[in-house]
Design a protein around this ligand. Structure first.
Ligand SMILES: [Zn+2]
Ligand SMILES: [Zn+2]
Ligand SMILES: [Zn+2]
Length: 366
């Protein structure tokens, strides 16, 4: 089981940083490029785990994820026989499935097109006093910049008709260098909260067991300390004996603190995510081209309807790369956003786009 500290150290070292670790604190000197990628200073000092002064593990998992190369095995596939996609009622689809909350669209046209889908698989390990393993698949449509909500069922619908894609094999290097490099961090960001959600059950169980065990430990030490107190009272006339008992009490308290810290370590849920294989599949879709308008700003956009997926695909949120459904638009650049990436600032209440700016202008942390 690799903990985030080891993982981060390996990753930073592999990217040329000078890294040292001492008593659980990771210190690193980063190149300017690396600091920029991580959105950090050139001197990095991180402490993970329980405690008030420790750094947010999930936030750093996300930042470090940006450094990962997609060195997974990549396969390209397409349909064995070309297929015609039936025409659709595009206006109805946009109204029903896109559900723009604060803007409108103008339809241009719709036609048959080919979309390239990337199925990224991530193996995850969740470990506390029990272990759970699994695979999470994220499917991105690179052509329409949308997220497929049920990748497994879409893959199942076409699996029997797939063959290796000679076009993909030919262009593979370019694709891997450009498209995959761009998409991989998005897929990872989109997978992380889902995998965290899967871990919630384990976290709940672990904290329940931890509460039970800490109660037992506290009870045991409470009795011990009570006995020592009695002895101190009994030794009222004997200063030396009383002092001895008092230092025994101090040692007992230290012992209890150490036992409780052990417990917290044992029950802490550690999540490790590793990139697995990538499958790139070209599939026929109905492409709907439209202009999306928010107040005075507008942008051109393409939306895909794939018979193998059911409804219209939702664009990915251009800030968190989760599913933007329903779609919220930002005022300046008409970014497609999920609800929480256009939420009001917790401090000043002003709404702002997390894709345009990481922090609110009032200066409050995100
Ligand atoms: Zn979002
Ligand atoms: Zn604010
Ligand atoms: Zn924006």
């Amino acid at each position: 089981m690799v903990e985030i500290v080891d993982w981060a150290r390996n990753l930073l070292t592999s990217r040329g940083a000078l890294v040292e670790e001492e008593a659980g604190v990771l210190r690193a000197m980063l190149s300017p490029e690396l600091a920029r990628d991580l959105d950090a200073g050139e001197w990095l000092s991180l402490r993970f785990g329980a405690g008030v002064r420790s750094d947010d593990e999930s936030e750093w998992l996300e930042r470090f994820g940006r450094l990962l190369p997609p060195d997974a095995r990549v396969t390209g596939a397409r349909l064995r026989h070309p297929r015609l996609v039936p025409t659709v009622d595009s206006a109805r689809l946009l109204d029903r499935d896109l559900a723009i909350q604060n803007g409108i669209y103008r339809l241009a046209e719709d036609y048959q097109a080919t979309a390239r889908y990337y199925f990224f698989s991530f193996q995850y390990t969740m470990e506390s006093d029990e272990t759970s393993l699994g695979v999470w698949t994220v499917c991105l449509n690179a052509s329409a910049r949308s997220l497929v909500s049920q990748p497994e069922s879409m893959l199942k619908a076409v699996a029997d008709d797939l063959e290796e894609d000679p076009g993909f094999v030919r262009d593979r290097l370019a694709i891997e260098r450009d498209e995959l490099k761009q998409l991989f961090p998005m897929a990872l960001r989109s997978a992380q909260p889902e995998i965290r959600r899967l871990a919630q059950g384990m976290e709940l169980n672990a904290s329940r067991r931890m509460a039970r065990d800490s109660e037992r430990i506290n009870g045991y030490y409470r009795d011990l300390l009570r006995q020592i107190d009695k002895r101190i009272a009994r030794h009222e006339g004997d200063a030396q004996a009383a002092e001895k008992e008092r230092s025994r009490a101090a040692a007992t308290q230290l012992d209890r603190t150490a036992k409780l810290a052990d417990l917290a370590r044992r029950y802490a849920v550690k999540i490790r995510i590793e990139p697995g294989d990538v499958l790139a599949v070209s599939l026929p879709v109905r492409e709907i081209s439209a202009r999306v308008i928010r107040k005075k700003a507008e942008r051109a956009a393409k939306f895909h309807w794939n018979p193998a997926a059911g409804g219209l695909e939702s664009p990915w949120c251009e800030s968190c790369f989760g599913r933007a459904h329903p779609v919220f638009l930002c005022d300046d650049r008409v970014h497609f956003l999920c609800k929480s990436c256009l939420a009001p600032c917790a401090s000043c209440g002003r709404q702002f786009c997390r894709a345009c700016q990481r922090k609110c202008k009032c200066g409050a942390a995100a």
